[in-house]
Write a protein that binds this ligand. Structure first.
Ligand SMILES: Cc1ncc(COP(=O)(O)O)c(C=O)c1O
Length: 410
C-alpha cells in the first residue's frame, strides 16, 4: 500500500547536509544520510582496531564489515563472494583489467565506447600494450547516443572478448538498454562490463537480472561512503588471476581482487545505506517481510517518480531558451533517461555561470566530468557542459530557485 504522497520532508530530514544550498551536483557525489555518517563515527570510536581477532572490539569490527558486505550483496541480488569493494570504480576497473589480461591473447578484441567515463575506458585501452585490439563504439554527434545494439553488432567479431559500456551516461543521463547489449554480446561469445555509476543513484540495481558479467558502481554516488563496487559472476571471477598477496588463492573471493583493502570505517557504514532505504520503505509502505532487494527496488520506484516530477519544469525551461543546447534526450522520460541534465550555452563561459549560481548558494557542475572522449566527440571543449543532476531529495522549490537564478544569466 503506497502512501498517498511521497514524503519528501521525511526523506530530507535524514540528510544532515541538506540546508540552504540547493545542491544539483549529485552526479559528482551524493549526500549521505545519518545512518551512514553515524556509523563511520561510531566505528572509529568503538572499533578502530584491526578487525578479525577474538577480543570484542575487533570481533565486532569484523562483524560490522561482514554484515555490511552481506547486506550490500543482498540488496543488489548478488552473492557476497561476487561483490568486490575497492577504493573507487576507477581502481576496481584497473584491478579487473589486470586480472583479466593473462586470459587474453594478442589479436583478441575489446570494445569500449566514447560515451563512457574514462574509468571504464582507460584501463581497457591499455590492454593494447599486450596486443589486444581495442575498438571504439562511437556516439552519434547529433544525438550523443550510441544508437543501440544494432550499432554494436557492426563491431562484434568472433575475436571479441569483452564489451565495456556505460549503463547510463554521466553527461547525458541517457539509459542504455544494457540487457539487449548484453544479450547481443553474449551471443557473440563476449563478456560485458557495465558501468552503472551514473545509473545507481536513480534506479535499483539487480545484478542477476541484468545478466552482465561485471557491474560497476560507486557508493559515494549511492548515498554512501567513498568506495567503489565491482560485482562479477562467480564462475568468471574464479578464473581471474589473483591481484593480491601471493598467499591469496584463486578461489579467495573477494579478497584476491581487493589488493590493499579499503577503509574499514567506511566499509562498516555500508549497512547504513541499506538501513536508509529500509526506513524510507517502512515510512511509505505497510510493513511486510519482503527481502532487502525488494524493499530497495520499491523505494527506487518512489524516487524515480519524484525525480521525473522535479526535473520536468527544468527541462521545459531549458527547452524554452534559444541559446541553450541540451546534450542528449531533450525531454523527461524515466524509461529513457535519468534526471542528470547537461547543456551548453551559446556565447557564455560555463565556469562563470557556475560561479554566479554558486554565489546564490546553488551548486551545479561544469566541465567534462572525465567523459573526455564524449565531450571531444561532441566538440564541446574547452568549456564542456553545464550539468544539473537531481536526485530523490531535491525539491521543487530548489528547482524554482535554480530556474530563477539561471534566468538572470542565460
Ligand atoms: C559514469 C561514471 N563512471 C565512473 C566514474 C568513476 O567513479 P570513481 O570516482 O568511483 O572512480 C564516475 C565518476 O564520476 C562516473 O560518473
Amino acid at each position: 500500500m503506497i502512501h498517498s504522497h511521497y514524503d519528501l520532508q521525511y526523506v530530507r530530514n535524514q540528510f544532515p547536509n541538506i540546508g540552504d544550498l540547493a545542491f544539483f551536483e549529485n552526479a559528482g557525489g551524493t549526500y549521505v544520510p545519518s545512518t551512514v555518517s553515524d556509523r563511520i563515527y561510531d566505528y572509529m570510536r568503538r572499533n578502530q582496531v584491526q578487525p578479525g581477532s577474538s577480543y570484542s572490539a575487533s570481533a565486532e569490527a569484523m562483524e560490522r564489515i561482514s554484515r555490511s558486505h552481506r547486506q550490500l550483496a543482498e540488496m543488489i541480488n548478488a552473492k557476497p563472494s561476487e561483490v568486490i569493494v575497492g577504493h573507487s570504480t576507477t581502481m576496481n576497473v584497473y584491478v579487473l583489467a589486470n586480472a583479466l589480461r593473462p586470459s587474453l591473447t594478442a589479436g583478441d578484441e575489446v570494445i569500449v565506447t566514447n560515451l563512457d567515463h574514462e574509468a571504464n575506458v582507460g584501463s581497457w585501452r591499455r590492454l593494447a600494450e599486450s596486443g589486444i585490439v581495442v575498438k571504439e563504439w562511437k556516439i552519434d554527434r547529433e544525438t550523443a547516443e550510441l544508437g543501440g545494439p544494432q550499432e554494436l553488432e557492426k563491431l562484434l567479431t568472433d575475436r571479441t572478448r569483452l564489451v565495456c559500456c556505460t549503463w547510463c551516461s554521466n553527461i547525458t543521463g541517457t539509459i542504455n538498454d544494457i540487457q539487449a547489449i548484453t544479450e547481443l554480446a553474449h551471443s557473440a561469445g563476449a563478456l560485458v562490463c557495465a558501468d552503472a555509476v551514473a545509473y545507481a543513484p536513480h534506479r535499483a540495481l539487480d545484478f542477476r537480472k541484468s545478466n552482465v558479467d561485471f557491474l560497476l558502481f560507486s557508493l559515494y554516488k549511492l548515498y554512501g561512503p567513498h568506495l567503489g563496487v565491482l560485482c562479477g559472476k562467480q564462475s568468471i571471477l574464479l578464473d581471474l588471476e589473483n591481484q593480491n598477496h601471493f598467499f591469496f588463492t584463486r578461489s579467495a573471493l573477494p579478497q584476491k581482487l581487493q589488493p590493499g583493502g579499503y577503509l574499514h570505517e567506511t566499509a562498516a557504514s555500508i549497512e547504513g545505506i541499506v538501513e536508509y532505504f529500509d526506513q524510507v520503505f517502512s515510512h511509505h509502505y505497510k510493513k511486510s517481510d519482503t527481502s532487502i532487494s525488494a524493499r530497495y527496488a520499491k523505494v527506487f520506484e518512489l524516487f524515480t517518480q519524484h525525480e521525473d516530477k522535479v526535473a520536468r519544469p527544468f527541462m521545459e525551461y531549458l527547452n524554452s531558451k534559444t541559446n541553450v543546447r541540451i546534450i542528449g534526450i531533450p525531454e523527461i522520460d524515466y524509461t529513457r533517461r535519468v534526471s542528470t541534465i547537461s547543456f551548453t550555452v551559446e556565447g557564455q563561459r560555463h565556469s562563470e555561470i557556475a560561479a554566479n549560481l554558486g554565489e546564490q548558494n546553488i551548486g551545479i557542475g561544469v566541465g567534462d566530468f572525465y567523459a573526455r572522449r564524449c565531450i571531444d566527440a561532441l566538440n564541446l571543449h574547452p568549456g564542456g557542459v553545464v550539468r544539473v543532476s537531481m536526485v530523490h531529495y531535491n525539491s521543487e522549490q530548489e528547482v524554482t530557485r535554480l530556474i530563477k537564478a539561471l534566468d538572470q544569466v542565460l
